[in-house]
Design a protein around this ligand. Structure first.
Ligand code: MN
Length: 206
C-alpha cells in the first residue's frame, strides 16, 4: 500500500469481476479506476503545488488536516479522505463470498448487538438513513463496537474511532446495477464482506 506522495492507485486485491453477482464488474472498474483515481490525481496535484506537505503521509493528513492553511485545508481533507475511504472499502470486500466472522469476532458482535442478524439489521438501517453521499462504518471505540456514519469523504479518524468496515453509499457505488435501490445494494454487500480483514484491523489495535 502506498501512503506517501506521489500517490499511486494500487491494484485491487481481486479482479474487477470477482464480486459478481453482488457487485458488478463495471461498477468496480469505474469505482477504482475513475473515482478513486481522481482523488489520487487531485491529492498529487495539491502536493505538487504545496511542497511543504509532500512528506506528510496519508494518515498524517487525515489526523492533522485542521492545522493546514485555510485555503487548502478542505481540499486536502476531502481528497485524502477519498483515497483512504475507498481503499478501506475495497479491501473490506472479498471474492470468497459468504465468508463469516470468526468465532472470536462473532462473540464480539453478539456482545455488542445481541446477535449477527441484529447487527445486520442495525447496519442496514443506518446505511439507508445516510442522507446524500457518505459512508456507514463498523468502528471500535472505547472498548465497544459501534455503527457510525460519515458524510462525503469524512473519516471516523476525526472522532478518534478505529474503523473496521465501511460501506460506500455514494450513488456511484451501486447505481449501474441497483439503480436507486440502496437496500438491495446493502443486502448484496453483506455477501462479500471481508470479515478476516475486519478482524485484522481490530487486532492491530491491541
Ligand atoms: Mn465511492
Amino acid at each position: 500500500m502506498n501512503h506517501y506522495f506521489p500517490f499511486v492507485n494500487t491494484p485491487l486485491p481481486y479482479d474487477y469481476d470477482a464480486l459478481e453477482p453482488f457487485i458488478d464488474e463495471k461498477t468496480m472498474f469505474l469505482h477504482h479506476n475513475r473515482h478513486l483515481q481522481t482523488y489520487i490525481d487531485n491529492l498529487n496535484s495539491l502536493m505538487k503545488e504545496n511542497p511543504p506537505y509532500q512528506n506528510w503521509s496519508l494518515e498524517k493528513i487525515l489526523y492533522c488536516w485542521s492545522g493546514l492553511p485555510s485555503d487548502i485545508r478542505v481540499s486536502f481533507k476531502n481528497n485524502s479522505g477519498g483515497i483512504y475511504n475507498h481503499r478501506f472499502f475495497f479491501e473490506g470486500m472479498t471474492d470468497k463470498a459468504g465468508l463469516l466472522p470468526s468465532v472470536y469476532f462473532s462473540r464480539l458482535i453478539n456482545k455488542n448487538f445481541g446477535c449477527f442478524e441484529n447487527f445486520k439489521k442495525c447496519f442496514k438501517k443506518s446505511a439507508l438513513s445516510v442522507f446524500g453521499s457518505g459512508y456507514v462504518w463498523l468502528v471500535h471505540c472505547r472498548g465497544k463496537l459501534m455503527i457510525t456514519q460519515t458524510a462525503n469523504q469524512d473519516t471516523p479518524l476525526d472522532q478518534g474511532e478505529c474503523p473496521l468496515l465501511n460501506l460506500d453509499v455514494w450513488e456511484h457505488a451501486y447505481y449501474l446495477k441497483h439503480y436507486n435501490v440502496r437496500a438491495a445494494y446493502i443486502d448484496d454487500w453483506f455477501h462479500v464482506i471481508n470479515w478476516d480483514m475486519a478482524e485484522r484491523r481490530l487486532q492491530n489495535l491491541f
